[in-house]
Design a protein around this ligand. Structure first.
Ligand code: UD1
Ligand code: CA
Length: 483
């Protein structure tokens, strides 16, 4: 049987309430660099070669379990009687063939994968019952302390609440991550008795191992901050800052310029191409992908979006949108979900786009709105132009053909189609389709030649304020609203 004892498994403890967070959200779901903190723990485990861990859930398990689907097995601990009880519960879901078992905490998301690997290797080498991770912490308050005997061997772990002044002065903390001899652990876990607080402490296993005549080894982590457990929101903010710095450094080492890492926030899953430049005060969230040579910021906020090569996004909000290469977005554009902006487009100055596709070379400047629109190539959307896409009950589509010129303050009452190379006059209200190449003016808009024949000038009808704009005539000045 021992020949089969080769597998390595892991248990991640995540059932506790996290009282000190004072939150209605389970602690392990609080986001860190844009993802639930427990996902960072799972990432590090995967990197260490432990692929399908068991997560012990309890408090808020209905919310926690869906996040873990496909990545980990889950098992519920009800009620939550302490960390030793959680491991006992977790063991029921661990394969019997497991020889090496890693146990770690779901609230310690900064732990490097190397620490897990080092613990497993060291335990095997020394055949210890437990090899635990420790760290020298400048402020050990709140952590269990690693107590060593005269020979330097671990004699106990003492929790803060059970420690006297002498033990509280110890700066070597228990990280909360352990490699166990799984066979020994299965036998010993049932022997842990309740502490004075009523909780079953996992840390009591140290004394049990020593009483069994087994070794307890230690791997000292090089960076105590990376081992921090997040118990309250102050610690969460410290971890956030640290993780942000790590992410920024990873991108910089890979060839991305981050002008001011202190004012730049990049979520863990964001991808950035070589020689892209991230200007200060920029936030890149979720699954955002930035292509090479793009310039993002200053003051850009992107979420779940894709930005093409050499495109510039300046002082704009971009959500679930796609921008192709060589485009210029902003300042002050808002690309909303479903915006697809083509190559070389220029979008700025309070332009808003939702669920619309813009062909290459199209321009939209000056406070305008496109929603549910299919816009061709090299279209010019004039200042103040709006798709009236909502009739109070349903959304309707607007189509604008290649090369069309939408004059300033054009109202497109959807559903409506404006043909390729058509022109709309300043202030026109488009209620009917416009044929390719036609110029329409007025409210409601009609072909300009019909207006002239009936003796009504478009100027009088569409621009009651004579100072506002001259007669529409298809010139650039009228149709492009200043560019
Ligand atoms: C624990 C350790 C402490 C160590 C510290 C490191 C114990 C008794 N103490 O203390 O020595 O220095 O971590 O950060 O182990 N959990 C369950 N079920 C429970 C109780 C807790 O799953 O019944 C989970 C929690 O969700 C959490 C983890 O175990 O993810 C640790 O629990 P927590 O209460 O935060 O322990 P600490 O007081 O931080
Ligand atoms: Ca903790």
């Amino acid at each position: 049987m021992s020949a089969q004892l080769t597998a390595t498994s892991a248990i991640v403890l995540a059932a506790g309430q996290g009282t000190r967070m004072r939150s209605r959200i389970p602690k392990v779901l609080h986001p860190l660099a844009g993802r639930p903190m427990i996902e960072h723990v799972l990432d590090a485990l995967t990197e260490a070669g432990v692929s399908h861990p068991v997560v012990v859930t309890g408090h808020g398990s209905e919310a926690v379990e869906p996040i873990l689907a496909g990545r980990a097995a889950t098992i519920r601990q009800e009620p939550q009687l302490g960390t030793a009880d959680a491991v006992r519960v977790g063991l029921a879901a661990v394969d019997d063939a497991t020889a090496d078992l890693l146990v770690t905490m779901g609230d310690a998301p900064l732990q490097p994968a190397a620490l897990f690997g080092d613990l497993l290797v060291e335990r095997r080498r020394s055949n210890a019952a437990i090899t635990l991770a420790s760290a020298r912490h400048p402020d050990p308050t709140g952590y269990g302390r690693v107590v060593r005997n005269g020979a330097g061997d671990v004699s106990a772990i003492v929790e803060e609440r059970d420690a006297d002044d002498e033990i509280r002065a110890v700066t070597e903390i228990n990280v909360g991550t352990y490699a166990f001899d799984a066979i020994w652990l299965r036998d010993a876990i049932g022997r842990v008795t309740a502490s004075d607080s009523g909780e079953l402490y996992l840390t009591d296993l140290v004394a049990l191992a020593l009483a069994d005549g087994r070794r307890v080894g230690v791997v000292e982590a090089s960076d105590a901050i990376e081992c921090m457990g997040i118990n309250d929101r102050v610690a969460l903010a410290v971890a956030e800052e640290l993780m942000r710095r790590r992410i920024a450094e990873r991108h910089m080492r890979a060839g991305v310029t981050i002008v001011d890492p202190a004012t730049t926030r990049i979520d863990a899953a964001v991808e950035i191409g070589q020689d892209a430049r991230i200007e200060p005060w920029t936030i890149l969230e979720g699954s955002t992908v930035i292509a090479q040579d793009a310039i993002i910021g200053p003051h850009a906020h992107l979420r779940d979006s894709r930005i093409g090569p050499r495109t510039r996004v300046w002082a704009s909000a971009v959500e679930e949108a796609t921008v192709a290469e060589d485009a210029q977005i902003g300042p002050y554009a808002h690309l909303r979900p479903g915006a697809e902006v083509g190559a070389r487009c220029r979008i700025g100055n309070f332009a808003e786009i939702k669920k619309s596709r813009l062909g290459a070379g199209t321009q939209q400047h000056h406070f305008s709105y496109l929603g549910d629109a299919e816009v061709g190539e090299n279209v010019n959307i004039g200042a103040g132009s709006v798709t009236a896409n909502f009739d109070g009950t349903t959304k309707h589509r607007t189509e604008i053909g290649d090369g069309a010129k939408i004059g300033v303050d054009t109202m497109m009452v959807a559903p409506v189609t404006i043909g390729p190379n058509a022109t709309t006059g300043a202030g026109s209200v488009i209620t009917r389709d416009v044929a390719p190449g036609k110029t329409v003016v007025g409210m409601p808009a009609r072909p300009i030649e019909l207006r002239r024949r009936s003796g009504v000038t478009a100027d009088a009808e569409a621009q009651p304020d004579a100072d506002a704009a001259p007669v529409p005539s298809g010139t650039d000045r009228n149709s492009q609203g200043g560019g």
